[in-house]
Write a protein of this length. Sequence first.
Length: 248
Amino acid sequence: MSTEYTSVKSGLFLLGISLGAGFIIAAIILAVTLSNIKMSDKTITVKGYAEKNIISDLAIWSGTISVRSSDMTSAYEKLQKDIAKFINYLQSKGIDASKITTSSISTIKNFRYTTEGYSTGQIDSYELTQTVSITSENVKLINQISGEATSLIKDGLEIYSNPPQFYYTKLNDLKIEMLGDAAKDAKQRAEQLAKSSGGDVGPMKSAMQGVFQITPLYSTTVSDWGEYDLSSIEKTIKSVVTIDFTIK
């Protein structure tokens, strides 16, 4: 009996030691794992910025001619003459005929009214309008013409000059370049912040592109949905990215 009791007691003792050692090892592994998880969760979120000045390389402008007459045929004939004068003027300024387009003619009937302000149903005059548009890479010339075209008023033309619009046609390629520059700026900011706290920047965890702001030169205007200025020849494009980096 004593021998069997001693054997059982020894077995229980060894089992206890084994279990204790197992718990200790498991606790160490768990502690190391939790430590690694905690370290891997250390991130830093930074915004990167890139800015570049650009010059528009395409301009679109239009001028509208209007005529009025009590007779529609007379109004049409005058409109054709005025449009011809307008196109000749544009060509004299150096605009190629292939860059000029004309819209369809719009017709409005103007009715007579009584002194009390009621319509009589009788047509007083016809108003015909037509728009001449230019699309050209010579943005400076278009800008000049848009400001001078109303001088045709002295020649008897009723003309309205619409605001010109200036575009940058290589914008899509530039956006890719700007995103890369903004990402580099974000990493430099992250490295500076990590260095000040004794850490190192690890791999990027996530990135989010912000909106592009295309504004007139020196403008500080921004919006949540992005700006796209068409009023100025010289513009500034601004790109923003938000990036999460791991910290080692």
